[in-house]
Design a protein around this ligand. Sequence first.
Ligand SMILES: Nc1ncnc2c1ncn2[C@@H]1O[C@H](COP(=O)(O)OP(=O)(O)OP(=O)(O)O)[C@@H](O)[C@H]1O
Ligand SMILES: [Mg+2]
Length: 193
Amino acid sequence: MDPVVVHAVPTPWQVLGCGNYAAVLVHPHFSDIVVKVYAPGRPGRPEEVEVYNRLGQHHSFSQCLGFGENYLILKRWFGVTLYDCVHRGIPIPNKVIQDIDDALEYARARGLNPHDVHGRNIMVVDGRGVVVDVSDFLVDEDCGAWEDLKNAYNWFYRPFILPLGIKIPHAVLNLVRSSYRQSRRVRSWAKRK
Ligand SMILES: Nc1ncnc2c1ncn2[C@@H]1O[C@H](COP(=O)(O)OP(=O)(O)OP(=O)(O)O)[C@@H](O)[C@H]1O
Ligand SMILES: [Mg+2]
C-alpha cells in the first residue's frame, strides 16, 4: 500500500506525519491533541478505537479522546520517531528499546497482538520510548517488525551508527526498511509451507 499523500490542509492546520492509512494533523490552538484522519477507502479506524479502549491508560501509549467516521482524536506526543532519530543523528538510548518491550508486554496482557511496530510507529519522548500507532494490534497474525528492529538496533545501530554519530539518508533507511519487509514476507511464506 502506498503512503497517504496530503494535497492540502485548511489554514492553520499542520501535518505532523503520514502513514499508509492516515494523515495526522494538529491545530496550533489545541497543540496537545492530534487528529488522525484515515484516507478515503483505507480501513482500520474502528479497530484502532477498540485497541485504545482495551489499552486504557498507560504511559507508553497515546489515548483516544474521541472519534468520528474517518478520524480519531488522540493525545499528542512531542517527540521524534526512531526513523527520524536515525536520519537526524539523534541518539536512541537503550532505555527506549526496554520501554517498548515493556509496553508491548502490557498490550499482550490486555489481549492484543502488537503488530507493525516499526521505526515510524515509535517515538522518543524525553528519552523514553512510546508507541505512536496501535492500529494493527487486533490483527491475528505474527509480525516480526519489532524483533527485526531490535536486532538492527543491537547489531548495527549500537556498535556502529551511535558511536560514530552517523546520519543516515532517507533513501538508505527506506531501502533497509523495504528489505526487512521483503525478508519477513519470505520468512512467513516459508513458515506456512
Ligand atoms: N499521537 C501522536 N502524536 C504526535 N505525532 C503522531 C501521533 N500519532 C501519529 N503521529 C505521527 O504521524 C505519523 C503517522 O501516524 P500513524 O503511524 O498513526 O499512521 P498510519 O497510517 O496508521 O501508519 P502505518 O503506515 O504505520 O499503519 C507517525 O509516524 C507520527 O510521525
Ligand atoms: Mg504508522
